[in-house]
Design a protein around this ligand. Structure first.
Ligand SMILES: [Zn+2]
Length: 225
């Protein structure tokens, strides 16, 4: 076997499996939500990437290695014909929002507040407080608004980790475009799933692998069987 599906099994709970998987995307819909489908990876390429990031993984190719994996969890290369036969529902295409880490989250997994354009006052206050009640660009303290870093129109989430404080003028100037520098200005981390870097691996190779993985990973959930 030279190719497989790649899954990171996170949790088995209440008859569901929560996992992340390497995916391919299709063009977003009118709301900016992208369809992602678990994609086949090269075993050699995947193994090299795992090694670079200091991650462990296992091989799943039959029922017994599958059951063992559901207990121990973590990354696995899953044999293609075994996956199609045994867990076909894990391979479905899903509509996703885009997380600040570049990864994708199945909309069936998200809280309804994360896909609302607006938010309640308490939530807004928490973000204003984090940004010291100043525009993160010009430090203006008047007419403050919140802006999505990954734009709402491009499938970005409405969350603490994707919103920054801007004055109206700066907000207007930036428009509905993605400005990655805003993450840094607000002290947030964007563009990488930090969990991909294990074993104290923070060199350049590990970092660029993790960025590449982050942009292709979808977080989802399926019935166990
Ligand atoms: Zn400003």
């Amino acid at each position: 076997m030279d190719t497989s599906y790649a899954f990171d099994l996170k949790l088995v709970c209440g008859g569901y499996c929560y996992f992340s998987t390497y995916t391919l995307g299709a063009a977003p819909d009118s709301e900016g939500l992208e369809f992602r489908t678990p994609s086949i990876v090269s075993n050699t390429g995947f193994q090299k990437a795992m090694q670079d990031m200091g991650q462990e993984y296992r091989i799943v190719q039959n029922a017994s290695s599958f059951y063992e994996w559901t207990c121990i969890q973590g990354w696995a290369l899953v044999d293609i014909s075994f996956a199609r036969d045994f867990i076909p529902h894990w391979l479905r295409k899903r509509k996703c929002i885009t997380s600040p880490f570049g990864s994708f989250t199945d909309i069936n997994l998200i809280s309804s507040s994360v896909r609302k354009r607006t938010f309640r006052g308490k939530f807004k206050k928490r973000i204003l407080d984090r940004d010291n009640n100043k525009c993160v660009i010009c430090l203006n303290t008047n007419g403050l608004t919140l802006q999505h870093v990954i734009p709402y129109s491009k499938g970005g989430e409405t969350s603490y980790r994707n919103l920054v404080t801007l004055c109206e003028e700066c907000n207007q100037k930036l428009g509905a475009e993605y400005h990655r520098g805003l993450f840094n200005l607000a002290g947030l981390s964007g563009e990488i799933e930090v969990s991909l870097l294990r074993s104290g691996k923070f060199d350049n190779t590990a970092f660029s692998r993790a960025v590449q993985f982050s942009r292709n990973i979808m977080h989802s959930r399926s019935d166990m069987y």
